[in-house]
Design a protein around this ligand. Sequence first.
Ligand code: MRU
Length: 370
Amino acid sequence: MKINGQHYRTIWLDNDDPRIVKIIDQRRLPHTLVVEELRTVEDCCRAIKEMHVRGAGLIGATAAFAMYSAALAAPAADCDRFLRQAATSLQATRPTASNLAWAVNRQLATLLPLDSLTAKQEAAKITAQTIADEDAAACRQIGEHGLPLIAAISRRKGGLPVNILTHCNAGWLAFVDYGSATAPIYAAHQAGIPVHVWVDETRPWLQGARLTAWELAGEAVPHTLITDNAGGHLMQHGQVDLVLVGTDRTTRRGDVANKIGTYLKALAASDNSVPFYVALPSSTFDWQIADGVNEIPIEYRSGDEVKFLAGIDSDGIERELLLAPPLCPAVNPGFDVTPARLISGLISERGIMKADESDILRLYPEQQSV
Ligand code: MRU
């Protein structure tokens, strides 16, 4: 997608020195565009853990490029042990999104059988770039599959703007390009269908306010920022036609982990008969588990993210403010699980399916016997 008219992906290799991985430091958005260089596995682990990069697809792609950095740094004598250690460090950074472990395991499965270190380095680079390209392609296809949903609502409304509520940032910043939940929105906007997006601010890290609002503005998609608590009220008053969110891990029967607060949106949508769709590339499925509430590991982050708020003051200076009594305890689960029964459908690059095992397996027959 574009920043100030220039096309960017969220992660790429430096043109002059392809051993360097480049990312946009998302902690500094929307106020400052900082491109950061990652040179080592440790740099990549820090960037994932401290949310320079975030979002299921992008942390998967970053982990894939981190394995390439690991291959470049590996000693020839003991390279497989070095690669396995890098994989373990990467997998420990953030536990909820499937894409991270999926990307690391794909790299290991490609690299370990190869004989020479040079072959492993070359293959690690190609695999990382393939994972990034596939992520962008999957998101573009999600847009194509989701577009008819929005088009149908638009027709029903006689061409009035389709009001779509989204939570967190499942946009191009959360992937390599296009985004998952935003892809159908961008596709509709480009097709000339009037859309308007309600952007949940997404406490405590404010991915909605800081990232989704910035992204949508960059593509000139009409949008309005709301507090996380406003969605239910808007749904009761007929101001939401569709809820469209992303996911960090989706079980084989269609339970969905996504940013904390998603479950409450799904409950409100169900109570108000508002369709609730979840967009995901196939790499976000966890085929090993069925029961999301009890089996998906939920990341707990520092309570300081709840107690402090970062932003710029009226002089444009970045500041952090303490919101609560200094010693107030705070707990910060990063994700919650929306049970399949509250989900109208899942949109992946293979098409739209119901959130139930048999319909998911209709599109993924190769996962029947896992
Ligand atoms: O903590 P984050 O910002 O990595 O969480 C991101 C989300 O919850 C997104 O909605 C999610 O990754 C789905 S879309 C990639």
